[in-house]
Design a protein around this ligand. Structure first.
Ligand code: GLN
Length: 192
């Protein structure tokens, strides 16, 4: 069974643990750099990206995380997707630059900042997982403003990319750990 770490400094890491187990993996909460050696892939959960960055720096995990991401798959959801990006706007902040995406934080605006919405999956998403409607929970989500050539969009919402893959990595601006549909986690497990 694949062992998937979940960065557990802040945010909704517990829900990812349950979702990964539903999708057939063993989940490990990661809080120390030594733990990177014992996992096949890592989830960076939703939460508050600025706080997560601060804790990563304080705990001396930032360089270990980048090094891990150069060798193994990472799945970032919401704040995790912000950390994976190459460029972060609104406001600008440091990121891991592991995926060629540019994100704008909290960009859906106050009126609609949290909602459940049906997505438009790319045919490739359904082909690689299973056919069917994909619903997403957005919570103060970022908008992916640009996607580099090496990255593939696997789902859209209102014309914006919300699920993007690049090499070993996957980024979602929504929270697949909060719905019963395991396909996004299953897609990540395929990459390990
Ligand atoms: N708004 C948060 C941020 O900017 C992300 C929200 C989330 O992860 N649900 O980091």
């Amino acid at each position: 069974m694949k062992r998937v770490g979940i960065l557990a400094l802040q945010g909704d890491f517990a829900a990812h643990g349950a979702a990964l187990e539903r999708a057939g993996a063993a989940a490990v909460f990661v809080r120390e750099r030594e733990q990177f050696a014992a996992i096949d892939g890592l989830v960076i959960p939703g939460g508050e990206s600025t706080t997560m960055l601060k804790l990563l720096r304080e705990d001396g995990l930032l360089d270990a995380l980048v090094e891990f991401g150069r060798a193994r798959p990472i799945f970032g959801t919401c704040a995790g997707a912000i950390l994976l990006a190459t460029r972060v706007l609104s406001p600008e902040q440091e990121s891991l630059s592991l995926m060629d995406i540019e994100v704008e934080r909290n960009a859906y605006g106050r009126q609609v900042d949290s909602r459940i919405a049906p997505l438009d999956p790319a045919p490739e998403f359904e082909r690689r997982t299973a056919p069917g409607r994909l619903e997403a929970v957005f919570i103060r989500a970022p908008v992916i403003r640009s996607v580099g050539r090496g990255a593939t969009v696997l789902a859209w919402y209102a014309g914006d990319p919300v699920l993007v893959e690049q090499g070993a990595h996957l980024a979602a601006t929504f929270h697949p750990e909060l719905t019963a549909d395991s396909r996004v986690h299953a897609l990540f497990l395929e990459k390990l």
